[in-house]
Design a protein around this ligand. Sequence first.
Ligand code: GEK
Length: 248
Amino acid sequence: MPTGKTDNVYARTVGPPRAFEFDAQVADVFESMIERSVPGYHLFLDMISLLTERFAIHHTNCYDLGCSLGASTLRIRQHLPETCHVIGIDNSTAMVERCRINVERDRSRASIEIREEDLRHTVIENASIVVMNFTLQFIPEKDRSLILKHISDGLVDGGVLILCEKVSFNDSEQQTLLQNLHLAFKRFKGYSDLEISRKRAALENVLIPDTIPEHRERLGFTGFDQVEPIVQCLNFIALLARRTKNGP
Ligand code: GEK
């Protein structure tokens, strides 16, 4: 799966950066990009493995919405019962092509399909695990609630949503502190100040983080009555969302 290619997409200085897209240029270096941009990325993947082992239920579907190259998809597949079916969804052609190659190489036995699809149209059914590993933040805000409602309606009893997101903070001091620590993390991982500022400009209005209270509120009114924080690494969090009561 590793391509070994280092991300230098924003190292070039020609012209203003255009809006960020998950195109072939990004897909080619995506592993390096996400590891060097998301503090604790591998810990989040480990939690997906652990939670899949704990919550996957025989003869159900397990979804990875926004699967990119399949890192989270394969963690799910490698940690569930073989009677489960794995469905990875991404709307980037470049990601899906590379993800399918990575899945081909994986020897685990649960059936799997990778679909090129807008996750806003994905029907979630008979699901015990739904993962959104840093994907909801790229969905227009107006569509986020409906997606979560579809997920909550599609879960079987005992099913869970694992939601990992970059977050912002209402308190300006806290926001500044965590944002600056995140910038320091990126420098620590070898990005130059130029690359950091060009990528930040490209992500403006593309990656829109919510606050933790906003996530909790949205999860609450879409049917998730139990929400546990599982990881926080600077301004990146994982929430385990469960529906324990039968809502309307
Ligand atoms: C990992 N989970 O490595 N429909 C389908 N896919 C979408 C949509 C949409 N509407 N919008 C964005 N995506 C992965 C990392 S990356 C996170 C997920 C990041 C896809 C998009 O094409 C991209 O592949 C993915 O969501 C987000 O564990 O880059 O920070």
